[in-house]
Design a protein around this ligand. Structure first.
Ligand code: G16
Ligand code: MG
Length: 219
């Protein structure tokens, strides 16, 4: 049977968390409070407006909806300026090899990201051509751990969720995959990836054979 791979973007294929962090920190500082890297961890996989709400909450600052939209737009402008300078060298270890091997094996590849900037990031890092489908923050309404982004990804490549495997670096994303009835490879550290079927440090640690076995329940 055909199988498909659904990739999260930030933290799995590239590390954009550092750019999100810089832009959010600048916003917090303008509002008169600080924002730490530990707090930034909690924003991984969380969409833009929800991230802003959490940051304002941590800073004890309240803003109305119009002000929130303006703040989010300002942060995004700064973030886009940074990611516009990204290069293919920022692709995380093992990514190209795995994507090449999946293509060669006839396995479908889709993106399942919360980001509304995924198109720009994939173009800048030369990854766009590997994808049979892209589902990102522009196509979904519910944030991870809701499975919407991955269910739409599976549908876009014409496969049942049970025939798909998700690659995620965030707990909310692992949960989204489980909620959608998919297998999950956690990328990063075990303690942030509860419920993942396998955890790897990066994509260099997983092979196409392991992926096929996992989807076929041989692991
Ligand atoms: C990414 C990041 C999140 C970010 C979200 C929305 O998700 O992990 O920190 O808040 O996208 O990004 P944007 O502001 O560009 O729409 P993922 O799902 O790729 O890990
Ligand atoms: Mg992520």
């Amino acid at each position: 049977d055909k199988i498909g791979c659904l990739f999260d973007l930030d933290g799995v294929l590239v590390d954009t968390a550092v750019y999100h962090y810089k832009a959010w920190k600048a916003l917090a500082n303008r509002l008169g409070f600080d924002f730490t890297e530990a707090q930034n961890e909690h924003l991984k996989g969380v969409n833009r407006m929800r991230s802003l709400e959490m940051i304002l909450d941590w800073g004890g600052v309240s803003k109305n909806e119009e002000e929130q939209l303006e703040l989010a737009a300002g942060k995004n402008e700064e973030y886009v300026e940074m990611i516009s300078k990204m290069t293919a060298e920022e692709v995380l270890p093992g990514t190209l090899q795995l994507l090449e091997q999946l293509k060669a094996a006839g396995i479908k590849i889709a993106l399942g990201s919360a980001s509304k900037n995924s198109g720009l990031i994939l173009e800048r890092t030369n990854l766009a051509h590997y994808f049979d489908a892209i589902v990102d923050g522009n196509h979904v309404t519910a944030s991870k751990p809701d499975p919407e982004v991955f269910l739409k990804g599976a549908a876009a490549i014409g496969l049942e969720p049970a025939h798909c495997i998700v690659f995620e670096d965030a707990q909310a994303g692992v949960q989204a995959a489980i909620n959608g009835g998919m297998k999950v490879v956690g990328v990063g550290q075990q303690n942030n990836l509860q419920g993942a079927n396998i955890v790897v440090k990066d994509l260099s640690e997983i092979s196409v054979t392991q992926i096929i076995d996992l989807v076929n329940d041989k692991v």
